[in-house]
Design a protein around this ligand. Structure first.
Ligand SMILES: O=c1[nH]cnc2c1ncn2[C@@H]1O[C@H](CO)[C@@H](O)[C@H]1O
Length: 339
């Protein structure tokens, strides 16, 4: 292990863009597949699973993602998945994570919204006690399911309102799923005090990001990497401090970017755009948050202090209250000083 990877391993972190089901490790997927008879295309064997998580393009990724969603069949599956995702985040010294959760996809598969929310909250409380990690939820609309999914996601968010719910998002494919149609739902979510953090500019151009800002009131953008094609947009993001939740390896594995050397992260940072580094769906993309920090360090030519700056940025861009930010920033600074 190099000195920098060792530094990264111990560095206290925050993660802002990581998906619930997308974080199901091969072990969790194997356990879930074994718990439920009946044919599932998802291999239980970890080696075969690695091949299964090879994607032709983003649409193929969503199709595969939804076969893993099919493995989540009851609230105990939800609780186990959430707790084990927290364990893996805590192992990487993540002290705070905003986990993107898609209630619609599970409610549609027969898990009652109330039981779903109780399961994630039970796991959140247990993870705080056992792992010392603070989890918060971003409920996202699966874009491929359109306005019915928006309606149901908002209903669950406002009627169940689990204690950890902090933000409202929009995921899934962007092609053929324009952002403006979701404005009424984001208006209601924001009016209810939820923060706005939709995906945009992952598989489509800068206009999707402009729409997310102007129509959905985006305070942060999931991915947003196509902003690099629009200097005016990058200047706007820099001036208005609208951060991008960048997930470098995800963009390569879903073919949004042809190769990691072509990733626009350095251009975005050079233009002053605030960014955080995230893993998105780590087991599906064969990565971890630690590895994403190492990738970012290579792309941005960072030393340990520079990498600590990435961790500080994620905390500053989080939806944590000020006291929480101050405490975690102090922990990062103390670790960096002692390294
Ligand atoms: O990188 C990503 N971009 C967009 N959506 C994603 C990504 N990773 C996971 N999902 C999930 O795919 C679901 C499809 O139903 C979306 O809800 C979103 O949470």
């Amino acid at each position: 292990m190099t000195e920098l990877t060792s530094f990264i391993a111990g560095l206290p972190k925050a993660e802002l863009h990581v998906h619930h089901v997308g974080s199901a490790s091969p072990r969790i997927v194997a356990e879930l597949a074994a718990r439920h008879e009946g044919a599932s295309p998802v291999p239980a064997d970890p080696a075969a699973l690695a091949d299964y998580f090879a994607f032709r393009d983003f649409a193929h990724f969503v199709d595969v993602y939804l076969t893993v969603v099919d493995l989540i069949r009851d609230d105990e599956d939800v609780r186990v998945l959430t707790f084990e995702v927290a364990r893996e985040l805590a192992r990487q010294q993540v002290r705070y994570a905003e986990l993107t959760i898609t209630p619609y996809s599970s409610v549609k598969r027969g898990i009652p919204a109330k039981a779903f929310c109780e399961a994630i909250e039970d796991a959140r409380r247990s993870a705080a006690t056992e792992f010392g990690i603070e989890l918060r939820w971003c409920f996202d609309i699966p874009g491929e399911a359109g306005l019915p999914a928006a309606e149901e996601t908002l209903r669950v968010a406002l009627e169940e309102r689990p204690e950890g719910l902090i933000s409202f998002g929009l995921g899934g494919p962007e092609i053929g799923v324009p952002r403006p149609q979701f404005k009424p739902y984001f208006d209601q979510a924001r009016a209810a005090g939820l923060r706005s953090a939709p995906h945009a500019g992952e598989t489509t151009g800068p206009q999707t990001i402009w729409d997310a800002i102007r129509d959905l009131g985006a305070e942060r953008i999931g991915h947003g990497i196509s902003a690099a094609q629009d200097p005016e947009l990058m200047a706007y993001l820099a001036e208005h401090r609208i951060p991008l939740e960048v997930c470098p390896t995800s963009n390569v594995r879903t073919r949004a970017v042809a190769a990691i050397e072509e990733h626009p992260l350095a251009r975005l940072v050079a233009a002053g755009v605030p960014v955080s580094i995230n893993s998105d769906d780590p087991p599906m993309f064969g990565t971890t948050l630690e590895e994403e920090y190492a990738v970012a360090a290579r792309l941005l030519d960072l030393d340990a202090r520079g990498v600590a700056g990435l961790a500080r940025a994620a905390v500053e861009q989080s939806f944590l209250p000020t006291a929480g930010k101050t405490a975690l920033l102090a922990e990062i600074d103390a670790y960096t000083a002692g390294a």
